[in-house]
Design a protein. Structure first.
Length: 226
């Protein structure tokens, strides 16, 4: 996106980014306004008011009592925000030695203020990366990225898999994963699933066996073909 083009407000960008993220989990269905409000930490009334504004501006399609979905211009803006956010996260980790559990909050601020020129330089400096530190895909300058077929660790049967993405980026959860060696790129052996106890036993490469609860394992996405 050209820096000469006026940028949307940080509030609008946050709404578009949240709608995009929720859409990815709903297979294209409308995002209920209650779910959107919960995601952003606002009241349902506030979310409804903003949804109507975004609808009037052509960024989203809004249906009363049903929800919202992004229109193409809204999706373009949402992907641009995600690109800025994820490139900033990776830059903070790779160049400035931030811990991967610290960068989400920093990127939440910087994504709204960083210039397109600087983002392009960061992208080039990092070698045009495809993934951020948590395994989230980084859209390219045209908003495209390669989709991967990932499944939660909680759904895995015994066998060898590779961790590809972490969906919970809270510092506490990331610290737990790092301590256990459960980070993107790690190969691990799924030994046993215990559905009665809601536990899955795994062994990261070069480490001892451990048990992970299904709730945590749902936030660890894996691939068998990376």
């Amino acid at each position: 996106m050209d820096d000469a083009r006026p940028r949307a407000s940080s509030t609008v960008e946050n709404y578009l980014k949240a709608i995009y993220s929720l859409e990815q989990k709903r297979d294209g269905e409308l995002v209920p306004l209650g779910l959107l409000a919960e995601s952003l930490g606002v009241t349902a009334g506030t979310a409804t008011t903003m949804a109507k504004r975004l609808h009037n501006s052509g960024l989203v399609h809004y249906e009363s009592r049903a929800g919202v979905r992004l229109n193409p211009p809204g999706e373009e803006l949402a992907l641009d925000v995600l690109r800025r956010h994820r490139l900033v996260e990776l830059f903070l980790v790779e160049v400035l030695d931030f811990d991967w559990g610290e960068v989400h909050e920093e990127a939440e601020v910087l994504e709204h203020t960083i210039s397109q020129r600087l983002i392009e330089k960061i992208d080039r400096k990092l070698g045009y990366p495809k993934l951020d530190p948590h395994g989230d895909p980084i859209p390219d300058a045209s908003g495209k990225y390669t989709a991967r077929n990932l499944v939660p660790l909680s759904d895995c049967e015994p066998g060898t898999v590779r961790i590809a993405r972490i969906t919970d980026q809270s510092p506490e959860f990331l610290k737990f994963l790092e301590k256990q060696g459960l980070i993107p790129g790690t190969t691990l052996e799924v030994i046993k699933r215990d559905e009665v106890a809601d536990l899955i036993q795994v062994q990261p490469e070069g480490r001892d066996k451990l048990q992970v609860g299904f709730t945590a394992a749902q936030k660890i996405h894996i691939t068998v073909d990376d």
